[in-house]
Design a protein around this ligand. Structure first.
Ligand code: ADP
Length: 446
């Protein structure tokens, strides 16, 4: 096992990774920007190295500074968390070239899945059902019209390099297609430095259902069931639950097996998530995330597995040590992403935290770097805490969630806790009756 792991991230996920390492007797190195000098992950780590000024470009995305920090501290491995450099194949390659272990898949798999056009081709070749659309990139308006004729309207134009819900444009008819194609390309170029786009049929009322997989270096692959991430705002997840209220055990086993078989074909290793849209009983692959996901704790809650620990074990070369028949699902879990934002306008609200009281009690977990007096800097993502609640049944989970949200105190800044409180009182949500558009349509009046 590793002796020292460098955590190339910040906030709750840096703390999350530190906790797994500490339990396994592995020393941790925190890296941080000047804005995060007093952050909790920095305080708790065994060692800390300042890697640059607040701007992420100069700190958390600064590959050379991170590698230097790993060298001077004598770390054996680097965990990238999510976001920042976690899906940067060049970084993973540099990490390996410098003699450190990258805690994640191979650079080749990161590269393959990081480009959505090559990812979709790989998905098709490995037997995953995909959303009907263009066979590859759509490089001309003429081609866009051809594809739309095949799939029918509405169509979605998506950036090959897209992520974070950005770079998508819908065209409802032939009239809208040319402009949508052009806008998508210029937005993709501005956001990702790559104008390439592809096209998909725009599904009407799907749910977003994703399968968590784990694969070791010895050919063993298991799935840990699904997460339903249909509650979204601007294609960004707001609340996730596991299992999905829309799937039964047979459907779960079927799509789980399809996902595992695809990972075997690809020779994938470490943790990964295969994202699908699910409509009328059918699954359609949209993308694969080659990293730990924000919503991984709900899977941990229902399986009892520590996913970061599994990532560390796999990266160190250990076999999984269990098979699919050993993975059992217990009860129901929900995660609320709590952002430092106004709960109605979603305007970011960085600042200094006043009173802080996280909820507790049976089945309640809070992953957060917050404390009374902590600063929420304006330079990064606005998610400041995750509330994860587990119950024996979905109903018990909902009652517990209502109770826990009511206890949560974050003073001094605005948060989205009130939005989650409104959500938990909503009958459609209580019945599990929602799709990817429901939140915006019903609760946010967009
Ligand atoms: P990103 O990498 O930017 O998150 P994804 O491909 O994962 O992009 O899609 C994000 C979200 O956008 C999905 O969860 C879904 O809500 C919506 N979406 C993506 N593709 C389609 C599609 N073909 N039809 C309808 N909605 C889609």
């Amino acid at each position: 096992m590793f002796e020292k792991v460098l955590i190339a991230n910040r906030g709750e996920i840096a703390l999350r990774i530190h906790r797994a390492c500490r339990e396994m007797g592995i020393k941790t190195v925190a890296v941080h920007s000047t804005a995060d000098a007093a952050a909790m992950h920095v305080r708790l780590a065994d060692e800390a190295v300042c890697i640059g000024p607040p701007s992420a470009k100069d700190s958390y995305l600064n590959k050379a500074a991170i590698l230097s920090a790993a060298t001077i501290t004598g770390a054996d491995a680097i965990h990238p968390g999510y976001g920042f450099l976690s899906e940067n194949a060049d970084f993973a390659e540099m990490v390996e070239d410098h003699g450190f272990v990258f805690i994640g898949p191979s650079p080749a798999h990161i590269r393959l899945m990081g480009d959505k056009v090559t990812a979709k081709k790989a998905a098709i070749e490995s037997g995953l059902p995909v959303v009907p659309g263009s066979p590859g990139a759509v490089d001309s308006v003429e081609e866009a019209f051809e594809v739309a004729k095949e799939t029918g309207y509405p169509v979605l134009i998506k950036a090959s390099a897209g992520g974070g819900g950005r770079g998508m444009k819908v065209a409802n008819s032939e009239k809208e297609l040319e402009e949508a194609w052009r806008t998508a390309r210029s937005e993709a170029l501005a956001a990702f430095g790559n104008a390439e786009v592809y096209m998909e049929k725009y599904l009407g009322n799907p749910r977003h259902i994703e399968i968590q997989i784990l694969a070791d270096n010895h050919g063993n692959v298991v799935h840990l069931g699904e997460r339903d991430c249909s509650l979204q705002r601007r294609h960004q997840k707001v609340l996730e639950e596991a299992p999905s209220p829309a799937l039964n055990a047979a459907e779960r086993a079927r799509i789980g097996e399809v996902a595992c078989a695809a990972m075997r074909t690809l020779g994938y290793r470490n943790a990964g998530t295969i994202e699908f849209l699910y409509e009328n009983g059918e699954f359609f692959f949209i993308e694969m995330n080659t990293r730990l996901q924000v919503e991984h704790p709900i899977t941990e809650a229902i399986t009892g597995l520590d996913l970061v620990r599994e990532q560390l074990r796999i990266a160190a070369g250990a076999p999984l040590g269990y098979g699919q028949q050993d993975v059992h699902f217990t009860g129901h879990a929900i995660e609320c992403r709590i952002n430092a934002e106004n709960p109605e306008t979603f305007r970011p609200c960085p600042g200094t935290v006043g009173d802080y009281h996280p909820p507790g009690g049976l089945g309640v977990r809070v992953d957060s770097g917050l404390f009374a007096g902590a600063t929420v800097p304006p330079h990064y993502d606005s998610m400041i805490a995750k509330l994860i609640v587990h119950g024996n049944s979905r109903n018990e989970c909902l009652m517990r969630l209502r109770r826990a949200l009511g206890e949560f105190v974050v003073g001094g800044i605005e948060t989205t806790i009130p939005l989650h409180q409104r959500l938990v009182e909503n009958t459609d949500f209580q019945n599990g009756d929602y799709d990817i558009r429901w939140l915006e349509k019903t609760m946010l009046n967009l």
